[in-house]
Design a binder for this molecule. Structure first.
Ligand code: URA
Length: 215
């Protein structure tokens, strides 16, 4: 993969252009807005970087922005985000206290007519984007992390992690933070059977509510 040289504030940024360890979260965000480390930037509207208090105790990591997030430039503002908001409220968690981000920072889609349908980022695209998640983790330094979906969980726990077998259990990460994985809210939106959906939603709320416990 090409490594572009990062020389100025508006220059494109590739893997070699991530600001150094002493750079602030704001400068990392500014660099990520110009990221061209994989091809996804070209068809996306913008980079959707993480948001929330710079030193949030708790972090939520999703997969990749959807259509609404791409257009608005903020994580979890579309249908999955609305379901997440409802579940967080039921779990007694104030979204504004969390740092919310994604494993991949650009929307990937395929066109069906004029509709932009979600497409899963490839392993190479996930790997190219990893520097930004690492930079966020290093600066926010959350005590607890909830991974939403298998892409986020595998980013933290490794490719052998099996979400439906291993969800809902805290694991200690190198550095001392604890992380657990639950399903992605869009998985719940795809469930058609009302009983199955209600049961899956209740478990999702129960797993999110682990963040309502003292750290
Ligand atoms: N799905 C995600 O994983 N992240 C978002 O920001 C929106 C939908």
């Amino acid at each position: 993969m090409a490594r572009l040289h990062h020389s100025g504030t508006s220059a494109p940024v590739a893997a070699g252009g991530v600001p150094g360890a002493r750079a602030s979260l704001a400068s990392v965000r500014a660099a990520a807005l110009r990221c061209r480390a994989c091809p996804l930037w070209a068809s996306a509207t913008q980079t959707v970087f993480g948001e929330g208090p710079e030193h949030a105790r708790d972090m939520l990591i999703g997969e990749q922005p959807g259509d609404s997030e791409d257009l608005q430039g903020h994580p979890f503002v579309g249908p999955a985000g609305q379901l997440l908001d409802r579940a967080l409220a039921e779990a007694g968690i104030d979204r504004s206290t969390l740092y919310l981000t994604n494993t991949v920072k650009h929307f990937k889609y395929r066109l069906r007519g004029k509709r932009r349908l979600h497409a899963r980022a490839s392993a190479a695209e996930q790997a190219a984007c990893r520097v930004w998640l690492d930079a966020e983790l290093a600066r926010v330094r959350p005590q607890r992390i909830v991974c939403l979906g298998s892409m986020a969980a595998q980013a933290l726990f490794g490719r052998s992690f099996r979400l439906l077998l291993e969800r809902g259990r805290w694991r200690e990460l190198p550095g001392g933070a604890r992380a657990l994985a639950t399903v992605h809210p869009s998985y719940l939106l795809r469930l058609r059977d009302p009983d199955e959906r209600a049961e899956a939603y209740a478990l999702f709320v129960a797993e999110l509510s682990r963040l309502a416990e003292p750290a």
